[in-house]
Design a protein around this ligand. Structure first.
Ligand code: PLP
Length: 440
């Protein structure tokens, strides 16, 4: 089977009819990216309703980590669905939820045991972390970072600061949230240089935030994405997370790692924190946890999981079918996908760096494993981000049959299923190269 294979002008006639209906009946809040109307998927391939075949390098926003409809995951879903669909895990018990909790407790970074709270999504996971942080510490304030994306419900949105349009007209948000610049060395918000900066983005918290805005004794938690996702696929410098953890421990502040996008093998380790030997007090998981079934998990160190029965709950969180899908997904990831993400990720990164040398409009290539961002800049050498060119390249790739997604101001992310091969990566880079050459 040749992939990609584009047979119609995009969107094709069937896709157009569905998009027309969608326009009439779905909420205009959805910010649709390009007119992809999916009919089915298998592994790395997405087929649309007009029988066009696309090579998927976005995995439904870093979710389909085991590929589309992995047979083992589908089998687990079918088997559980035949037994029962629901009983409410907040109120009663069932084996898949207990088994998954045990597995996540073992997988999460650090040695101690963990307590898991299950949700249906990333944003609900962050809500749970926010609530537990306040409950456990009896402190009210929290810190998050510019560029962060933690979700869109009111609590999580209060932490999110990746685009002001996400927050516009929704104020007042939850009080007590403070934002600080993130560790983005390529475009340092403090205009410092890595090597001589002494990681000023951590010391800023003590020198500025704790001095002028909030005492550290009032701060319940610092929420951080170990690699910023929606903000632009930004990998912080090696010292950053360790220093943040030290600072948290010094003041009794909980470190909350939002691994919703970076988790479940995406970076070549089960969780990105492991690259830096970090042990967060709370780890938020979602997206790739169940290969596309709606599930999130808040993984907290047992000692801080002090909340009492009834303080939090959910009708659907930890749904048995989703838990079965997660157990199967984790088994598939453990059976070789971490290695593949590291190996193919390094290959892809090399290929993209070759493109950077060829195209002046590529300002930066960054990432870990299969979480890779390519930043677009103006060709005039000024380094000015070029979001409009990024959007055009993404659309051109779509029309050539390669699915990509933007993030940050002018970055395209490559976050394929972790089953991707070198050959598929070569094909993707060739299409990417052609799309840029046509436009730049
Ligand atoms: N946290 C991070 C790091 C994310 O990338 C996302 C989604 O992109 C979320 C939280 C929110 O997840 P959800 O869309 O499942 O609510």
């Amino acid at each position: 089977m040749k992939v990609p294979l584009i047979k119609t002008k995009l969107p094709g006639p069937r896709a157009q009819a569905i998009i027309e209906k969608d326009r009439q009946y779905t909420a205009p809040a959805y910010g649709r990216v390009y007119p992809l109307v999916m009919k089915q998927g298998r592994g790395m391939v997405v087929e649309d309703v007009d029988e066009n075949l696309f090579l998927d390098f976005m995995a439904g926003i870093a979710v389909a980590n085991t590929g589309h409809s992995h047979p083992r995951v589908v089998q687990a879903i079918e088997e559980q669905a035949r037994k029962f669909l629901h009983i409410c895990g907040s109120d009663f018990y069932y084996e898949p939820m207990m088994e998954l909790a045990e597995k996540l407790s073992q997988l999460a970074p650090g040695t101690g045991t963990k307590k898991i709270f299950f949700t249906n999504s990333g944003t609900e996971t962050v809500e749970a972390a926010f609530k537990l942080a306040r409950f456990a510490t009896r402190r009210q304030h929290v810190i998050a970072f510019d560029g962060a994306f933690h979700g869109r419900t009111m609590g999580a949105l209060s932490l999110t600061a990746s685009r002001s349009s996400h927050r516009a007209q929704f104020s007042p948000l939850v009080p007590g949230v403070h934002h600080a610049p993130y560790a983005f060395c390529h475009r340092c918000p403090y205009h410092l240089n890595y090597g001589s900066c002494e990681i000023g983005c951590v010391s800023y918290l003590e020198k500025v935030l704790f001095r002028y805005q909030v005492t550290p004794q009032e701060v319940a938690a610092i929420f951080v994405e170990p690699i910023q996702g929606e903000g632009g696929y930004i990998v912080p410098p090696a010292e950053y997370l360790g220093m943040l953890q030290d600072l948290c421990r010094r003041y009794g502040i909980l470190l909350v790692a939002d691994e919703i996008q970076s988790g479940f093998g995406r970076t070549g380790k089960m969780f990105a924190c492991e690259h830096w030997g970090i042990e967060p007090d709370i780890l938020c998981a979602g997206k790739g946890i169940a290969s596309g079934m709606p599930l999130g998990a808040m993984i907290a160190r047992s000692e801080i999981s002090t909340w009492t029965p009834g303080t939090h709950g959910s009708t659907f969180g930890g749904n048995p079918v989703a838990c079965a899908a997660a157990l199967a997904s984790i088994a598939v990831i453990e059976a070789g996908l971490l290695h593949n993400a590291t190996e193919v990720g390094a290959y892809l990164m090399d290929k993209l760096n070759e493109l950077k040398n060829k195209h002046a409009v590529i300002g930066d290539v960054r990432g870990l494993g299969l979480m890779i961002g390519v930043e677009f800049v103006r060709a005039d050498g000024s380094g000015t981000p070029d979001g409009s060119l990024r959007d055009k390249v993404m659309r051109n790739c779509f029309e050539k049959g390669l699915l990509l997604l933007g993030c940050g101001e002018s970055t395209l992310r490559l976050c394929p299923p972790l089953i991707v091969t070198r050959e598929e990566s070569t094909t993707a880079v060739e299409i990417f190269d052609a799309a840029i050459s046509e436009l730049a």
